[in-house]
Write a protein that binds this ligand. Sequence first.
Ligand code: FES
Length: 126
Amino acid sequence: MDHGKVGKTPKGKVVGRVGELTHGQTKKFTLRRGKRDFEAMLVNYQGRHFAYVNRCPHVGINLDWIDNQFFTVDGRYLMCANHGAVFEPPTGECVWGPCVGASLQSLPLEVVDEKVLVRYREGDEE
Ligand code: FES
């Protein structure tokens, strides 16, 4: 299977559509890497899309206690519900909490024909 090698159109998984999410909204999806599925989320922050693996760099568990609730109440940051770490939505960097300076694992996105795709990395599958 081609995973976006140089000179070819990168392949990926459609995880949303342009206009589906507004600022402060998120949508969870799964990817498979090797034999393991992992959860991730698509984020709309000020009209721009970002995607991160749903795993806090502090302890390595999911960020959301309430399903698909990632933003702080004011819509300014992504937050880990476990110990309150907050992350800059455009970079995933933790700016407050027990893992300051660490970052969420970002996933590369691409928009093709109004579809938001997460580009596969080596070893990723649908
Ligand atoms: S597990 Fe996320 S802040 Fe502790």
